[in-house]
Design a binder for this molecule. Structure first.
Ligand SMILES: C[S@@+](CC[C@H](N)C(=O)[O-])C[C@H]1O[C@@H](n2cnc3c(N)ncnc32)[C@H](O)[C@@H]1O
Length: 381
């Protein structure tokens, strides 16, 4: 038996109780789809900071049990029934944090037991029984980002490695996790045309996404040898593309003659070759689906090259802009006292971030009737 916390607001709470249905949007779909009959559930009213409990799942977590509920805004749902002696906890945020619980994650056994004990007899609760490691489970999955500044102290998360953190230029797994959570659903197909050590493959596998990874010089069997300028997939067959391309010729990935990482970002050739890969990404993506391109600027021998801007300009020849995320660059070889000193003496800056350029394939008028699965919100001005 597992424990889950669902969120609601003052606006949505009543409908939860009237329908005896808890629900969520796509961001938390992966958790909700794991709910089985008999699991224990709680409802957290974020406006009033109250946690209602205890409820039992009367159905499995599914999409669209009641499609018209909340006007279709929270389609991942589970039917619930009230357990005897249901109670509510005030100051829920504080109590949950003291119990080592992040309400966005599935509760582990210790967390569920602590919460059950607390909710039943709050005044008699033995706080010494809260294990120090209660929060551990929380770290197994990254948080979902809400701003355009992402900063990760390490390359990977969880119990199994994601990619190889010894691979030069390996991508922080958190970036790919955040992208697939926002832009794909379980079973969707994700493609990484320049996959290096296969970080995208490992993240997708763990999150139930199908994944095809290519690289010009593969380092493991799950990565297929292929040039990103000609991807062997049919038109409009892919749900998301992630690509962490070379940023110029700053890293020597391999000696393959078609390695774009051998071309300087100071030349137009570099952008022309990457544009060929962009066109392929455009071709294989379904309309309305997202592409994330990770890239950094260059400052070499007194010359600054705005690689990120140049790449975004090329991307926007084909795609619609969605956003630009800044990802902190950590563990840079140049982040040493010697280089910091040089940066001050010779009046230049060390690279502090890279860009995650987010774009989407436009939906053409002629195909607009086809079902759009990534929900892009437009607020009225
Ligand atoms: C920044 S690394 C990717 C890192 C990867 N995401 C990871 O986490 O390990 C860029 C990759 O692009 C690959 N590459 C360069 N030119 C390529 C091409 N023409 N086609 C496919 N891959 C290419 C390189 O071999 C290198 O592995």
């Amino acid at each position: 038996m597992k424990g889950y916390i669902f969120a609601c607001t003052n606006k949505t709470e009543q409908e939860c109780f009237e329908r005896m249905l808890f629900s969520t949007n796509k961001l938390y779909a992966d958790n909700i789809l794991q709910v089985r009959k008999g699991d224990l559930l709680f409802l957290f009213n974020m406006d009033r900071d109250i946690l209602h409990g205890i409820f039992k799942a009367k159905s499995e977590g599914r999409k669209d049990i009641m499609p018209d509920a909340w006007r279709g805004r929270y389609p991942y749902q589970v039917k619930v029934e009230k357990e005897d002696g249901a109670k509510a906890i005030k100051d829920a945020k504080k109590i949950l944090s003291q119990l080592g619980i992040n309400w966005r994650n599935i509760l582990n056994d210790e967390q569920l037991n602590s919460l059950l004990n607390y909710i039943q007899k709050p005044t008699e609760f033995d706080w010494n029984s809260v294990k120090r490691g209660n929060g551990k489970e929380i770290e197994e999955k990254p948080s979902l980002e809400t701003t355009t500044l992402w900063d990760y102290p390490k390359q990977s998360y969880g119990k199994t490695p994601k990619g190889n953190n010894k691979y030069a230029g390996v991508t922080p797994a958190f970036i790919i996790y955040n992208m697939i959570k926002r832009y794909t659903e379980r079973g969707d197909l994700v493609v990484d045309p320049m996959a290096g050590s296969g970080t995208t493959f490992d993240v997708c596998k763990e999150e139930g996404r199908k994944c095809i990874c290519y690289d010009i010089a593969p380092t493991r069997p799950e990565v297929i040898q292929n040039d990103a300028r000609k991807i062997p997939l049919s038109n409009e067959s892919v749900d998301m593309v992630f690509i962490d391309s070379p940023y110029g010729d700053n890293i020597r990935y391999n000696d393959h003659p078609d390695n774009i990482g051998g071309i300087s970002a100071e030349t137009e050739e570099f952008y022309d070759e990457l544009e060929k890969a962009m066109k392929e990404c455009y071709r294989i993506l379904k309309p309305g689906k997202a592409l994330g391109w990770l890239i950094g600027d260059q400052w070499v021998k007194k010359k600054f090259t705005p690689v990120g801007f140049k790449i975004y300009e090329r991307l926007c020849k084909y795609f619609e802009p969605v956003d630009i995320i800044c990802v902190t660059r950590r563990n840079q070889a140049s982040n040493t006292p010697l280089w910091q000193n040089r940066a001050l003496r010779f009046n230049f800056f060390l690279r502090g971030f890279k860009y995650l350029l987010l774009v989407r394939k436009p939906i053409l008028e002629s195909t607009a009737s086809s079902k759009r699965e990534v929900k892009w919100t437009h607020y009225k001005r």
